[in-house]
Design a protein around this ligand. Sequence first.
Ligand code: FES
Length: 566
Amino acid sequence: MDARTSESKKAQALPECTVMEVRVGKVRRLGQTDIMTGIDKLVRAGPVRISTLGVEGDEQGEKVIHGGPDKAVLQYAVDHYPGWRKEFPGSAHLLKAGGFGENIVASGFDEENICVGDVVEVGSVRLQVAQPRQPCFKLNHRFQQASMSRRAQESHRTGWYYRVLQEGTVSAGDVMRIIERPYPQWSVSRVQHYLYDNTGDRVATAELANLEVLAAAQRQLFAKRLSSQAVERWDDRLADAGTEAIQSLDCAPHSDGDWTAVRVKIVTLESKRAISLVLVPTTASPLPPSKPGSHIRVKLPIGLERCYSLCNVSDGSNYKIAVNLAESGNGGSNWLHKMLRVGDTLLISRPVDAFSVVDSAKSHILIAGGIGITPFVAMIDHFRRSGARFKLYYCARSPADAPFHDVLKQLEADEVSFHFSRGSVAKRLDLSQIFTQLDASAHVYCCGPGSLMANVRAAAKDMSEQNIHFEAFTAGDRQGEPFEIRLASTNQVFTVGPQQTILEVLRQNGVQVESSCEAGSCGTCVLSYRDGEVRHADFCLSDRERKDRLAICVSRAAAGGITLEI
Ligand code: FES
């Protein structure tokens, strides 16, 4: 029995993984550059045919370098993305499944545990690992990080290509099994070691030049190193002229016309997980005054934009916002809690009034959950000054979880009612009691987690739509089945993937749409639609409006797709 047969017999002990997504790319321009690429790949639902030429429908911008039978299918380890997001937080929104232009998104295989020559069975297809991917400058443009391709090469987190031994179909959910491992000593990462790290080892170089399962182009590369006793130049592959112009998303913030620079003057801990920030102008000019219920967008130096309600009614001298540390803790709230310091500069938008107080109302009912209290702090100040009648119902797990509790507990007994559940469903706010006693002329305002707002919407079903107001700054669970959107004006069709929003897909395809809260509450992104069924997830449209309009930042369509009037 030779070594190859004996290794093949160990196949049951080899790693397995499950296909999470199959993706195909359409060639398009990369950002503002002249680079044409198919790196931006969309999820393909159902069985996808894979032939020796690649994944059906997958287009490559540059076929000499990126195509061919030895590069028919690209796989990338989805497990690498969390590390990348930590390393490049400014590009975190791009560093997610599909980001590297992979055809197969899966968890379990990576460059360390997969070997050149491995035969992998998946669906009705047999694939063979042909070579590590050699990263190029397109990754720098793709992720707006000038060092991205070099870091991918240095860290060996590049992905790998397969050739196709047996054509067939693959679907999400199919298990990938290694059924042959002829060269267990040649993991993809070890090939990369001699390709990039230890380029002077002539024994390994000679072995790789003659490794018949390695892609022909890489065998030639190693053979050339042997004959020339030199290593080829990598610089042109890793950086083009445009790379130098890339301003990394991880640089300090820079001003532009729509954004005003403010300085962080005070940071205060307001609850176990919430801080407040007092933001002041950086020049002698005051900030635009705000109204009760206004919010601002904040542009972080790491490239993220987030909406925050103002906790004060500002005369222009300062704005106060509160930020809760999100459970996932990887995005904007994490940065603001852990990286921001007093004296730092942030960029902010003008105040947006999407959750306005109706001053003509006889009374106001405020229902807040956790950090959803922030717009109400400003509203309560306004009501107390104007003498308007109001009552706040404030829900949180405990006083320590309730931002601004110390201030709000000083309100009069008929102005506030606290509901601390301490994890017990029985102690939650009884909404039916509020709505059965409600004066028909009262206005109700709600801000908090999606579950609270959905319960309030259900309890308020008999109220006039004009009298109930919601504000959300956290998009709910955006996962769902993929669906297609058609643009009525151009007939273009785009696929919205399971974790994408319509808004994101339109922007990725160069269609500019206004947005603000991106959580379904402000109405800025609302579009008309026809020819389809919508799964509405907003808090800004009435049932009547939902018949032909949707908030594209949160709502999805059923599998048949929809036509957007745009
Ligand atoms: S951007 Fe606010 S509802 Fe969509």
